[in-house]
Design a protein around this ligand. Sequence first.
Ligand code: ZN
Length: 386
Amino acid sequence: MPKALMRIPYTGPLPPPRIIPHDATTLPRAIDALANFLVKPSRQPSTVVLSGAGLSVASGLADYRGVHGTYRLNQSYRPIYFTEFIQNHEARKRYWARSFMGWTTLNNARPNAGHHAVRQLGEMGLVRSVVTQSMMSGSNDCMYMFSDECIDVDSFHSMAHPELPTIELHGFLRSLVCLSCGGHLTRAAFQESLAKLNPRWAAFLAEVLESGALKTEDPAQRRARGLKTNPDGDVDLPDAPYSTFRYPACPTCLDKPPVMVDGRRGRVEVDADGAWLASSTAGILKPAVVMFGESIAEEIKTAAEQAIDEASRVLVVGSSLATYSAWRLLRRARDRGMPVGIINLGGVRGEEEFYKNLERDQSGESGVRLEMATDELLPALVKHIK
Ligand SMILES: [Zn+2]
């Protein structure tokens, strides 16, 4: 049995990057180097883009490790793990309370100039596919001390370039999947149910959205705008603590209880308003994202590997490759002898390894490492190539 590929967060510090080519520290030089990387190769150029939360920062979403990232601003932030979510009703209440608060901001965020530039590079035939870790790629995740989805959970890629093949490595937040029957439910419908089941939270959310407190990740700024959180970064309403937060059962399983793995029929019990009760044995809905500690589905893993194998070079955009699932894709590219490009603010896990055998006088065609904002650099690059 091959070892299951799990999504595990890495929160440790990463060393600052060595810029490649060494003079690509200004925008014009960075553009030249990147154009050389994408356009110069004599073989038919075909790049696969591997994107992360950093690309969505300009859309107003927090990343994890950036200057205003979740791990830096909220030291107590701790994402939920898969086993916790499936085993623990209390953990799910907390998760959904946070997620309920975070969703509106997340859902209102839009792809930025960086995503659109990726689309244009696709139209020019320079980029052939995208593998994204972001879950709003339809992402990525969080105003986000409230929603564990924070980041990498956006559908921005599919919005910005529906024509360009895109693999969402860590799933997406736009829908939920039932752990019992496998049925799907849209997040919009689910959010509506959460609002109905938790009217005090819904009123509070409306108030907080009005105050702008959810537009920042900084706990101090949030407090200044009237949003107080406890030391774990959670909101607890005085008259409605999240231990009383309610979430709906899968409507399909409620209608027709599913047959479980042991052959017995599952039990789905709800209160008078339709909220899932702990006496149930089935009908739990989970966001369609790969949670931390959860394995990536085999077909997604295979599709991502195929995207690497079919390309001739790989460009990492806005990711520190802190999750092993993304890092191993880049290692796969390196093992295949593919040139590697990285644009990321801040260090990338084990990046020196990807540039070991680079010729000294190359000007980007066999490798680039840039540290610049993607929403500036990528559109400028498109303009330059045109
Ligand atoms: Zn179901």
